[in-house]
Structures are given as C-alpha cells and as structure tokens.
Ligand binder design. Structure first.
Ligand code: HPA
Ligand SMILES: [Zn+2]
Length: 324
C-alpha cells in the first residue's frame, strides 16, 4: 500500500483523462479537434505553462452539466484512494466555466456531490479551494468571490492560478483581503515560472501556503522567511518537469528545498496531463533522487501538517504515516 498522504495541490479540471474527455464530449454533442484518445494524448507535449494552459482550458469545454463535474470528481477520488490519499484539498477554476456560460451552481453542485460521498466511498476527507484566474482582471475575481457567497459553507479558501508571469499577487490584494474578511483561508501559486518576488508578495498578502514556490531558492532571505514562518510549499515535481520549469526529475530542487528546512509537500497538480498521480510523484522522486523511506515519510507527514485540517485530525493522520 502507498504511504498515507494528503494532496494539497490538485486542480480538478486537471484530472480530466482523455477517455473521460471523449465520453463527455459524446454525451454533450461536442466535437473535439482530436479523433482518438491516442491523438489527444499525443498533444500533451508542453513547452511551458502557457502551452499547457491552452489545452487545459480548451478541454474544459466538455464539462457542461452537474453530472459532468460529479463524474470528473468521482474519477479523481477513485484514483487518489489507490494512491494512498486520505485527505485532499481540491482546487477548481470557476471562471474557466462561468466565462463559457456554465452557472457557478452547476460547477459547485457537481463537484460537491462527489465530495459528499468521498469519506464513505474512499475514506478521503476533502476541502474545496476556489482559485481566481490571475490572467483575467482583478475585478472579475472580486465578482467571482461575491457570486460564491451562497456557497461559502462548502469552500475553505481561495487560491490564485493560471499564467503567472506578468500577473503578480499584488494585483489581487483587494480580493484576497475580502476573502480573508469572509473567513476564507488563502493560498496562491507563486514562484513556479514567476520570480521570487511574487512569493514575497503572496506572503505579504497573508497567503498561508505557497503553491509550487520552487524559485524561492534564488533568494536566500526569502528561504529564511519561509523556513522561519513554516510556510508550506506544495511542490509538483512531474508538473515541473513536463512544463520545463526543471530539466529532468534528477535535477529537481526538492532535496535542496528540504535541506533548507522548508515544509515541503509533494502533489500532482494536473495529473491527467503530467503523466502521474500523487504517489507516482513520490515514486519518481524516490527513483531519480534516491530519497530514503524516511524522507518519503517526512513528505507524507508534512502533507498532513500543511493541510487546513484541525490539529487533532492532523495528529491522527500523521500517526498513520509513523505506523506505515
Ligand atoms: O500548475 C499550474 N499553474 C498555474 N495555473 C494552473 N492551472 C492549472 N494548473 C496550473
Ligand atoms: Zn497548480
């Protein structure tokens, strides 16, 4: 059995496997610009974040009904359970759907219908995090936050994703402050392709966890701050290699991040696109970077510690890692 772990950096839209994309396209009478699963999978050759996002947003078009979002989320939870996931904090991109006329109720209703049975079906507890698209206007993020008000009992926090460079966290200071006033937890993608200063800006906005964050290593003062504040990084190794933020898995800076005393976690990001789910990421690290079983257990314990679960639950789940 894989190590028990939490997954904290997972875009539900990024779990859309080619087979399900074709099934949903057929169900919704949509013609994809690919004729076979193999042809679609062959398009998963990315040169950077933007080249991936282009396909990611194009394929979201097959998600139309509440049932589509439920089926997508159920498929993820089934795979996650097989990878040892005991708790998942799941991102979704409301604007990727509302911008194409899909109501927010449909998106949230569909996803939460699957989350509601995750504990009973798979022994997985879940939280939902709503991400703002940073390459769209900050005013639209604020509109999205306001539109989500009736659903805030189902949403634990907000995040910031999509094309990073040229879209610094400071542009979203107002909406992050409003989210915090509503009692929401704050996370943000920073330092994936963007500079260390974006990580600093995110911290200054009150962000509690940095998604990716690998470029912090270029700035020793920033590393010291992240270590002192025990701010978690949700690192996604296979994503970094596939989006060419890192040359090969053997070059991944995860050991350097751990050696710097940072609270590092391992996650899958968009597993349908990057060739593996979360335990596949653990195994790739173990293989290419020769991580020891104790280092892997540390990463699994970190994943629970970095979660938004209550302290007593973190203790229980961490004990499962110790006993593994
Ligand atoms: O890794 C990512 N980075 C930024 N935006 C994203 N949207 C889905 N995945 C990602
Ligand atoms: Zn991501």
């Amino acid at each position: 059995m894989p190590l028990p772990k939490a997954e904290l950096h997972l875009h539900i839209e990024g779990t859309l496997e080619p087979e399900l994309a074709f099934t949903l396209a057929h169900r919704n009478n949509i013609t994809l610009p690919y004729t076979t699963v193999d042809e679609l999978r062959a398009a998963y050759e990315f040169t950077d974040l933007q080249s991936f996002l282009n396909l990611y947003y194009a394929l979201t078009d097959v998600l139309r009904t509440e049932a589509d979002f439920t089926d997508l989320t159920r498929a993820y939870l089934t795979r996650a359970a097989a990878q040892g996931v005991r708790h998942a904090e799941i991102f979704f991109d409301p604007q990727a759907h509302t911008a194409r006329g899909i109501p927010l109720d449909t998106v949230i209703g569909g996803i939460t219908a699957a989350l509601d049975t995750a504990q009973a079906d798979h022994g997985i507890s879940t939280h939902l995090i709503m991400c703002f698209l940073r390459d769209r206007p900050a005013a639209e993020a604020m509109d999205t936050l306001n539109a989500a008000r009736p659903h805030l009992d189902r949403i634990i926090g907000v995040g910031l994703d999509s094309a990073e460079v040229g879209h610094p966290p400071n542009d979203f200071a107002q909406v992050f402050a409003a989210a915090r006033d509503l009692g929401l937890r704050l996370v943000a993608h920073a330092g994936e392709e963007g500079p260390p200063d974006y990580i600093r800006q995110a911290l200054d906005l009150g962000v509690e966890r940095i998604d990716h964050g690998i470029r912090c290593l270029e700035d020793p003062d920033l590393v010291a701050r992240l270590a002192a504040e025990r701010t978690p990084l949700t690192v996604c190794p296979m994503s970094n290699v596939r989006l060419r933020a890192v040359d090969t898995m053997a070059d991944h800076p995860l050991p350097a991040l751990m050696d710097a005393g940072l609270l590092v976690t391992v996650n899958s990001d968009d597993p349908a696109y990057f060739g593996g789910y979360v335990d596949d990421n653990y195994r790739a690290l173990a293989h290419h970077l020769h991580l020891t079983p104790e280092q892997l257990r540390t990463l699994a314990r970190n994943s629970f510690e970095a979660s938004f679960l209550p302290a007593d639950r973190i203790k229980e789940l961490t004990a499962l890692v110790d006993a593994h």
